[in-house]
Every structure is written in C-alpha cells, then in structure tokens.
Design a protein around this ligand. Structure first.
Ligand code: ZN
Length: 311
C-alpha cells in the first residue's frame, strides 16, 4: 500500500545502498583502527598487543566471510516472512527511521540472548574474550557462529511490513555504528548524547568483568532500551576487560572453539535430557540442583569484584 506516512520520497535501490554501505564500512573500520593506533603511538597509552590484535583480525575475517555467505539465507528468510505481513510499508526516509528503531530494538534482545542463554554465549564469548579494549582487538573480534545466529532475530521484523532490504540495510548501519564505541580514546561525551546513544563509556561497561557491570548495556545504537528494560549501568569504576573464565590464547581457532568444548563437557556431566536442554537455554553458570552460579545470582548475593576508581 502507499505509505500512510505522507508523500515522502520512496527510497529506491536499497540493494545497491546495502552493497555500497557494506563495502564502505570496511574502509571506515580500517580508517578508525589506523587513527586509534596513531593516537596510541603519539600518546602514552598502550592498549594494543600484536598477537591479540592479529587473533581478532583473523576471527573478524572469518565472521565476515560467513556473514556474506549467510546474506542469501537471510534475504530468503525475511522475504518469505514478509509474504505473511498484513500490510507493507514503502521505504521512505520516515519509515526507514521507524525500521531502524525496530532493528535496534531487535538487536537489544538479540544481544541479550547472546549473553543470557548458554548457546548464545558459547558464540558471543569470543567478542568479549580479549583483555584489551580497542577497535583493533575488540571490535573486530567475532565468532563465525554469531554470523549463523544473527539473521533469525530480524526475520520477525518482516511481519511488521518493512521491506526485507530495508531491514538488512538498517541492520548493516546498526552493526557499523557499534564499531566506534570500542575505544578507550574517548571519555565521556556531552550529556545529551550519552543519554540517548550508545557511547564508548557505555560499551566499556558492557565489556568489563567487574561484577556490577556484567550483563549490562546491551544496546546497539540507542541506550534507551537498557534504561527501559533495567540493564543500564553507568561507568563509575575503572573497567577490567575480559570474561570471568578467560580464554588464555591468541590462536583464533582456540578462541573460537574453547567455549564449545566447555559446553560439550558440561553437557556430558549434566544428568538427564531435561537438564541438558536447560543447560543449553539457561544463562551461563547455571547447573542443576542449584550447583551453579549465574551472573544475576552473583549480583544478588552481593559478590563483587572491586574496580579501581574511575580516573
Ligand atoms: Zn556483548
């Protein structure tokens, strides 16, 4: 149907825009990494480690390759779902903004599932496994398994009537936005910006293993979802980057598969089919008969690791 959003111009060639944006994003990533590395060379900070960075680049290349391969599956799935939408929106600047908000909302829950469901964490832990925090070592570090999960969280948006290519373009822009907050070179930004958008300060909290920071700040572009759903934390103490169970390796294969090995071992040692299914679907740390300890249980028990005061 003709958009009910008025006579705004219809955006054509979404496929071309998606291709152009995906390619230009790679240049954007490279330019920002070089800029951050140059700042590091000029300044006193030493946030980069060579092998850690090379490991991240290797995993990032693997993730990107699988993501590109999955693009056809993604498009096919959302195109199929869009057949069942009760209405459809032509993509205008205004409907695209609404689509972007919907994609960002879906990203919040996608990211939350990656953290709070063991099957998700087995993949996403790779992104959190570096003890460094910078654009080269952290932002690029991704598991190939994440690229397999990713599309399915956005297929339901097609049922809301957004064009499949508009959803894919909005997701690509969202993923690109999430790159730049992975830095320690930027402190706090103006209050109005910190109130609305995900910033480096918010995302440092997300990547820290300080107990009050765990499972916080899941947002992609907008921090509003965390404030709405009770997962927001302000950066108050110096973040210690990494995960509670560290993967001590710079080998991209070890980094990618260590969590799956641990999951298989836990599955073997968990009795009963029902418990095994729960192990896969419950948060990391869960074990039957209360033998495990999840992040929320640790936080509720007041167990905490003290971080240093924020400089
Ligand atoms: Zn995360």
């Amino acid at each position: 149907m003709r958009s009910a959003w008025g006579a705004a111009p219809v955006l054509h060639d979404l496929g071309g825009a998606l291709e152009r944006f995906s390619t230009q994003a790679l240049w954007f990533y490279g330019a920002l990494v070089l800029l951050e590395a140059a700042l590091e060379l000029r300044g006193k900070t030493r946030f980069y480690r060579l092998w850690d960075t090379l490991c991240s680049i290797a995993t990032g290349l693997g993730y990107t390759a699988v993501q590109v391969l999955m693009r056809g599956v993604f498009f096919g799935a959302i195109f199929f779902a869009s057949q069942f939408a009760p209405w459809s929106f032509e993509t205008t600047p205004l409907t695209f903004v609404v689509c972007y908000l919907a994609v960002d909302f879906a990203f919040y829950w996608h990211h939350r599932v990656l953290h709070e469901v063991r099957l998700g964490w087995a993949a996403h832990v790779v992104h959190h496994s570096s003890t460094q925090y910078n654009l080269g070592a952290t932002a690029l570090r991704q598991s190939v398994f994440e690229a397999l999960y990713e599309p399915w969280f956005y297929v339901p948006l097609a049922l809301l009537g957004f064009e499949p290519l508009a959803i894919m373009l909005a997701l690509q822009i969202n993923i690109t936005y999430m790159f730049w907050p992975h830095t320690q070179q930027i402190g706090r930004l103006p209050r109005w910006f910190e109130a609305v958008f995900v910033t480096p300060s918010h995302h440092r909290v997300h990547h820290a293993k300080n107990l009050p920071y765990l499972d916080k700040n899941y947002g992609g572009t907008f921090i509003l979802w965390d404030k709405l759903f009770g997962t927001f934390a302000q950066e108050r103490e110096a973040p210690e980057f990494g995960v509670l169970t560290p993967i001590r390796s710079a080998n991209p294969l070890t980094v990618t598969f260590a969590s799956w090995g641990a999951l298989l071992r836990d599955l073997r040692h968990t009795p009963g089919l029902g418990n095994k299914v729960q192990l896969l679907l419950r948060p990391p740390g869960w074990a039957p008969e209360g033998r495990g300890l999840t992040t929320r249980q640790m936080q509720a028990a007041g167990v905490r690791t003290e971080g240093a005061p924020l400089a």
